[in-house]
Design a protein around this ligand. Structure first.
Ligand code: FES
Length: 125
């Protein structure tokens, strides 16, 4: 087995050991206007910096659905939220990530990658 290249950051520094969610946001350019996607991404980043959560965040280049964005995918539940504005992100954060109750009206799809071990959309952490 090849050695894993040394990273400038440790897994501890990125918050991996404590993470309970991973948030992937596609900020366009095909699923939404780039400016719209950038605003949502900046709000998501700022929100997690202002009030940290046990969650990782990743800006995705494209989630391949390419319409109805910005798209936010939340794992482990595998919930895909469409048209995520900065204001919608704050509600998703409050009700789903912190409160454990997904925001049903904005869900485009639910697909946990391992349903046997995923808490599903009705979970509470
Ligand atoms: S550009 Fe956002 S899903 Fe493809």
């Amino acid at each position: 087995m090849n050695a894993v290249p040394k990273s400038p950051k440790s897994f501890d520094e990125i918050g991996l050991p404590a993470a309970r969610h991973h948030l992937f946001l596609c900020a366009g350019p095909n699923c939404c206007a780039e400016a719209q996607g950038r605003k949502t991404w900046e709000r998501l980043k700022a929100s997690l910096q202002e009030r940290p959560l046990p969650a990782l965040r990743t800006k995705a280049a494209c989630l391949r659905i390419c319409a109805g964005g910005p798209w936010l995918v939340v794992y482990p539940e595998g919930i895909w939220y469409g048209q995520v504005t900065p204001e919608r992100f704050e509600r998703i954060r409050r009700e789903h990530i912190e409160g454990g109750v997904p925001v049903a009206e904005w869900i485009g799809a639910v697909h946990p990658l391992n349903p046997a071990t995923s808490p599903g959309p009705d979970c509470a952490d």
